[in-house]
Design a protein around this ligand. Structure first.
Ligand SMILES: [Zn+2]
Length: 48
């Protein structure tokens, strides 16, 4: 779980679990924020 913040005014926009690419319009400053997420725990790596 992580939070996404507006890249312009730093307002907290959304709490997300996982995503690839997302665009969120900030309600405060109307900035459209694009986020792209790189998987932090690749499924191809199974060490347990
Ligand atoms: Zn904003």
């Amino acid at each position: 779980m992580r939070f996404l913040f507006c890249q312009n005014c730093n307002k907290k926009l959304l709490q997300v679990d996982c995503f690839d690419n997302i665009a969120i319009k900030c309600n405060r400053c109307k900035q459209i924020n694009h986020f792209s997420c790189v998987a932090q725990s690749p499924k191809s790596v199974a060490t347990q």
